[in-house]
Design a protein around this ligand. Structure first.
Ligand code: HEM
Length: 368
């Protein structure tokens, strides 16, 4: 259907099948009062729950002498499977709100990675909202109304929109392609397998930080693609970069997109079929470490300094434990990945995404 349920054990927008469009926003809190933060999350939860149903926010939409409580651009539109996913960054646990004792041990600032070219204006933030929907206007309406409700308590720090091919453009529902032309998401764990999700995505009781049980740690990296350089590389070079065929998405030497990666396969001259520095091979981590990727492409128009297209990947992934998953993986990729010739990480943020809530409750209730 066109609705993605808002309430539940987990927040929506994590294992929800990927929608077509993304808005991801990071906010800084302008208040030092935890009561204000609580009020903000209560109001955001209420708004998110009604938007997920395709209903107008608030009850003053028909008073001629008042500003409407909903901005109106989604009126009459289907909810388009909109999901809203909320989290807090490491900075939320500084001295402002008296919660420094609640910061999970595995949740600190990310280390610097080789090759990082991070711009402060695309990094960090106290709180985050990820909006995904199958319609761009519905997604925009959601983020815009949350910004509006947050006025006086939280200000935008950065915001990025993202896209992939739409459902109608790909009726067969194949794996979407990123802007380098390759299928992206093939090697993801199966989101319908509860065991796998408990293993790699959802924080478990034995992980400490009780308030995060059923939540997940989100990494956001704004990765610019050097499109012009990529476009001059041969197909062979491109395929060696990922260790996969462009057309089928299959591991090099194979035909089936979903064939398992065979790290020991050799070609006729005895060379590894999957180059040692190929992205899939390195990110596979010997099959022992998995993350759930939920990335979108972005285009920010033209880079006015160089006249080149400013586009890339809003890399988003979910982890049960950053120290065991994203951090060691990105350390290896940053050092050795052939893909680094064509990409540069310019933004970075980290959020602890809360567990879900039930009707009458609010997102964040386990922490504040
Ligand atoms: C696999 C693209 C950055 C982790 C892949 C694949 C592509 C791809 C095309 C192969 C198909 C698939 O399995 O989905 C990209 C691009 C990136 C990027 C274009 C940057 C612009 C990253 C980063 C990480 C990462 C930063 C994590 C630190 C993975 C993982 C796999 C993968 C875990 C699956 C490996 C497996 O098969 O086990 N990526 N990726 N990627 N990527 Fe990336």
């Amino acid at each position: 259907g066109s609705r993605a349920p808002f309430y539940g054990q987990h927040q929506s927008g994590i294992i929800t099948p990927t929608q077509n469009f993304l808005y991801i926003a990071s906010f800084d809190l302008t208040t030092r009062s935890l009561a204000d933060v609580r009020k903000l999350f209560q109001a955001w939860t209420e708004a998110a729950a009604v938007m997920a149903e395709g209903v107008m926010i608030g009850d003053t939409n028909n008073h001629l002498n008042l500003p409407p409580s909903d901005t109106g651009e989604a009126a009459g539109l289907s909810p388009s499977r909109v999901t809203l996913t909320f989290g807090v960054g490491p900075s939320f646990f500084d001295s402002r709100f008296g919660l420094s004792g609640k910061r999970p041990a595995s949740f600190g600032d990310l280390p610097a990675f080789h090759g990082d070219a991070l711009l402060p204006e695309w990094c960090g933030g106290d709180i985050s909202v990820q909006v995904c929907a199958d319609d761009m206007q519905v997604a925009f309406h959601a983020i815009r109304n949350l910004v509006r409700i947050g006025r006086g308590t939280a200000v935008l720090r950065w915001m990025q929109e993202g896209f992939q091919r739409t459902g109608p453009a790909d009726p067969a529902g194949g794996t979407p392609r990123n802007l380098l032309g390759f299928k992206d998401g093939t090697g993801n764990p199966d989101t319908t397998d509860t065991g796998d999700m408990n293993e790699s995505v959802w924080v478990q009781p034995q992980d400490g930080a009780d308030w995060m049980r059923g939540g997940s740690y989100q990494v956001v990296r704004r990765i610019r693609m050097r499109i012009e350089v990529w476009d001059r590389s041969s197909l062979a070079d491109q395929e060696q970069t990922f260790g996969r065929h462009r057309d089928s998405g299959a591991p090099l030497g194979l035909k089936d997109e979903f064939a398992p990666l065979d790290l020991n396969a050799k070609d006729s001259s005895g060379q590894p079929t999957l180059p040692m520095n190929s992205h899939s091979r390195l990110a596979h981590m010997d099959g022992k470490v998995k993350i759930l990727r939920r990335a979108y492409s972005y285009s920010a128009g033209m880079d006015t300094k160089t006249g080149q297209i400013d586009a890339g990947l809003i890399f988003i992934c979910f982890n049960r434990n950053l120290q065991k998953q994203f951090i060691p993986m990105q350390r290896i990729l940053a050092k050795s990945d052939k893909l680094n010739e064509y990409t540069v990480h310019i933004g970075s943020a980290l959020f602890a995404c809360f567990p879900g809530t039930t009707k009458g409750g609010y997102i964040g209730e386990t922490l504040f």
